[in-house]
Design a binder for this molecule. Structure first.
Ligand SMILES: NC(=O)c1ccc[n+]([C@@H]2O[C@H](COP(=O)([O-])OP(=O)(O)OC[C@H]3O[C@@H](n4cnc5c(N)ncnc54)[C@H](O)[C@@H]3O)[C@@H](O)[C@H]2O)c1
Length: 432
């Protein structure tokens, strides 16, 4: 099985990266001397203050990657809905041999609660947004309005209003010359970039079909403590509630959908999906499905077939295949067969989780921003469109999905009662 980027790795394996040759000593001083629009550092120093919002598995990993990316980066603030998450994340970063010296978060700059993000943003130059996806549009807007650069995990929303909000935020980032780097990490994997470049240059001819799978076992479940309110139970187990995660087709399979859209160079105009709950039927699994199958259609008639499921003890497969008139590309293997045989070979380090932060901090230092808002919004929408189709049993067009008025936001972000929305039933659940 190929890599499964959704398996959180709190602290990625240690390989000292060479990157900041440019980020140390004289080269760094020279770069800092240049006017750097949109780059706000602590006055008179080369320190970049980093703030982490969402201190779980991936958040801790992202903070580690950010600190490794730039010797001038300091983790100065951390926020989470839960104080225990902040404490355990800070502890593992403080205990990491590689980055502990860069972890300078004081007790006063550890924040808990639904408003923790605002306090972290205030303290930071670069903000890492790594909460469950539901909160991303709100957090992203707040960071950009405050003039901060952002690393933004995928997906960027759970519903169409959220996607539209992020598309607007993308314009704000452009105006303010701020960077927003996506956690769609394959976009920062050099082997994938080279593979896609070859597809785009015609190595497999014209694309006639695509197939992609994210078929794996189940992920974590954090149970329920008697003292937890409904809201706490759901936020702690956010994967299993559509309003928080978008369902696993949005939360996880987005990686695969992003890859086939990347290969095509455009997004599908329509899809027809099916899905349901076969093995995760008990209340603890909230209201998400455990499998989806989708046919996507592009404007030129090309079809893409996608499958994702989270079933234990079933065959696993995370792969993507692009079929063309001159050959075939197996994307995860970085291999092309047919008229133009090719396989990626390189001994260079290519840790996509590290690459995305290396490129972000380079952009921040150089004042040449990266803005991934459109890619991450559209790939998120592709997944939401498929979920809408599976939930309703209808074919859904891109325009319908983009203009959908369905909002999954609860009445209030408060620790208390919160009913679980009914599980969608195709043919009965209506498209909104
Ligand atoms: N790119 C990848 O390969 C990859 C891998 C894993 C996770 N992710 C993404 O990263 C995000 C986080 O996933 P994770 O695995 O770290 O989950 P996690 O549950 O381990 O961490 C999420 C943290 O966010 C906190 N949180 C929830 N609501 C919050 C709010 N409103 N404000 C502040 N904090 C809040 C939670 O308490 C938790 O500590 C998700 O969007 C997920 O899809 C991406």
């Amino acid at each position: 099985m190929s890599s499964t980027p959704n398996t959180p790795s709190p602290l990625p394996p240690a390989t000292r990266r060479e990157f900041l040759k440019a980020g140390s000593g004289a080269a760094l001083t020279a770069m800092m001397a240049q006017p750097s629009l949109g780059s706000v550092f602590v006055e008179g120093s080369d320190t970049i203050r980093v703030g982490l919002i969402g201190c779980g598995g991936r958040g801790t990993g992202a903070a580690f990657n950010a600190l490794k990316a730039d010797p001038g980066a300091r983790l100065v603030a951390m926020g989470d809905t839960f104080a225990d998450a902040v404490a355990s994340s800070r502890k593992s970063l403080q205990e990491s041999e590689e980055v502990s010296a860069q972890v300078t978060v004081s007790d006063e700059h550890c924040f808990a609660g639904f408003d923790a993000y605002q306090k972290v943003i205030e303290q930071s130059d670069v903000v890492l947004l790594v909460t469950p996806p539901h909160f991303r549009p709100q957090h992203l807007r707040a960071a950009l309005e405050a003039g901060k650069h952002v690393f933004c995990e995928k997906p960027i929303a759970v519903d169409a209003p959220g996607v539209r909000h992020v598309l607007e935020s993308g314009k704000l980032a452009t105006e303010k010359k701020l960077s927003v780097v996506t956690g769609l990490c394959y976009r920062y994997h050099y082997a994938k970039r080279e593979t896609m470049k070859r597809i785009h240059e015609g190595a497999i001819g014209d694309i006639v079909a695509l197939e992609t799978s994210y078929n794996i076992g189940g992920l974590w479940h954090r149970g329920r403590q008697p003292e937890w309110s409904d809201m706490e139970w759901q936020v702690r187990n956010w994967l299993y509630f559509t309003w928080l995660s978008g369902d696993h087709i949005v939360e996880q399979h987005i990686h695969s959908l992003d890859k086939i859209a990347w290969a095509m160079g455009s997004y599908p105009v329509k899809c027809t999906a099916s899905g349901g709950r076969i093995v995760r039927t008990e209340e603890q699994w909230g209201n998400i499905y455990d499998h989806f199958n989708t046919t996507f259609e592009w404007e030129n008639g090309v079809r893409g077939y996608s499958s994702c499921r989270q079933w234990n003890n079933a065959v696993a497969d995370v792969s993507d295949h692009v079929f063309g008139t001159k050959g075939r590309c197996t994307v995860q293997a970085h291999e092309i067969t047919g008229e133009n045989e090719w396989r990626w070979r390189s001994e260079e380090p290519d840790d996509m989780y590290q690459n995305e932060h290396d490129e972000l901090f380079r952009a921040v230092r150089s004042g040449e921003p990266i803005n991934d808002c459109e890619i991450m919004s559209h790939s998120t929408l592709m997944a939401i469109m498929a979920r809408m189709s599976a939930y309703t049993g209808q074919s859904i067009t891109w325009d319908q999905a983009l203009n959908s008025q369905e909002s999954l936001t609860p009445k209030a972000y408060e620790w208390g009662e919160l009913a679980v929305a009914p599980i969608a039933r195709p043919g009965i659940t209506e498209f909104v």
